[in-house]
Design a protein. Structure first.
Length: 310
């Protein structure tokens, strides 16, 4: 399989909008501006917002559009250095020690230098992200940072400040070309100011109705215009209801795809009831919408759209 040659970085905000658009990502000007500045200034970009609004997708699309490798560090509670940064191949090291002993090698300094060399080093995502070449450095996605603990967050400060990491037995590994770093957070906890200061920041909000309709038209082209407009209006109203979890753009696209696969040209109460599991992810929210409230919202949506057409 032939790899895509890396592309040059966009030289303007409009260039960023066009670049992301080649991968069907509709970026507003504020987001495109901060992406452009992060690329130009070689600074990490910290994207915060509700789950499902497209934060992770920015990194994926940017990597694909630029022809760069995407290295993803999926954060979770208890994430440690061995899983995120590096670890030593202990089995291979023990074998090397035994072979050296069998060969009569007794120089401990030489043996120590040998077993802690790069050939025994297992690179995890952080270390992989620091091994890019000029003009082809990877996109490094640190996804859902708020799920880790503060100790690991503090460890990232050296990486985000100087694009380097220190390995006690090996030394300091510094990136020849800084990776494009995207950090995301769903704000389940506050990320420390020290990390925020090292990044450019942008809050990714739910899209406007016009933007959400444009996204559906791009991503689910088989959906009829009428169905797309109804879905957008329904979801936009749904986000004003006191739900356990509001649907993001990812859920909107899933719903549009599901209803289209059922060959529906417009929404009706039965279709909504049958497909709510693609839009809402908590039983309490689904039960609420399967009652009269879902039908009521649909009636309001149809009345609104008819008024707009009049």
């Amino acid at each position: 399989m032939t790899e895509t040659a890396p592309k040059t970085l966009p030289q303007s905000i409009d260039g960023v909008i066009e670049l992301l658009g080649t991968e069907n990502y509709l970026a507003g000007r504020p987001l495109a501006t901060v992406v452009f500045l992060a690329l130009k200034m070689q600074r990490p970009l910290f994207l915060e917002g509700e789950a499902g609004v497209g934060k992770t997708e920015v990194a994926k699309v940017l990597a694909k559009a630029l022809g760069r490798p995407l290295i993803r560090l999926q954060c979770y509670e208890g994430l440690d250095i061995a899983s995120a940064v590096y670890e030593w191949n202990y089995a291979a090291q023990m074998l090397e020690i035994r072979l050296s002993e069998a060969a009569g090698i007794s120089d401990r300094a030489r043996l120590n230098a040998d077993i802690y060399s790069e050939r025994f080093l297992i690179r995890r995502p952080v270390l992989e992200a620091l091994h890019g070449e000029a003009g082809a450095a990877p996109v490094f996605l640190i996804d859902e940072l708020d799920r880790t603990d503060e100790a690991f967050e503090a460890f990232l400060l050296e990486i985000l400040s100087d694009f380097q990491v220190t390995i006690p037995e090996f030394g300091t590994v510094k990136a020849a070309a800084p990776p494009i770093v995207i950090v995301t957070s769903n704000r389940t906890r506050e990320v420390h100011d020290a990390l925020r200061r090292r990044c450019l920041y942008h809050w990714v909000d739910y899209p406007s109705a016009a933007d959400e309709l444009a996204i559906i038209r791009r991503k689910v082209p088989r959906a009829s215009v009428q169905l797309s407009r109804q879905i957008v209006s329904f979801v936009q109203r749904l986000r004003t209801v006191d739900l356990f979890k509001n649907p993001g753009i990812a859920e909107t696209l899933d719903w549009a795809t599901a209803v289209t696969e059922l060959d529906r040209l417009a929404l009706d109460p039965e279709t909504i009831s049958d497909t709510l599991g693609t839009l809402l992810k908590y039983q309490e929210d689904i039960a609420r919408m399967q009652g009269g409230e879902g039908t009521k919202i649909l009636s309001e949506v149809k009345a609104e759209l008819l008024a707009q057409e009049a």
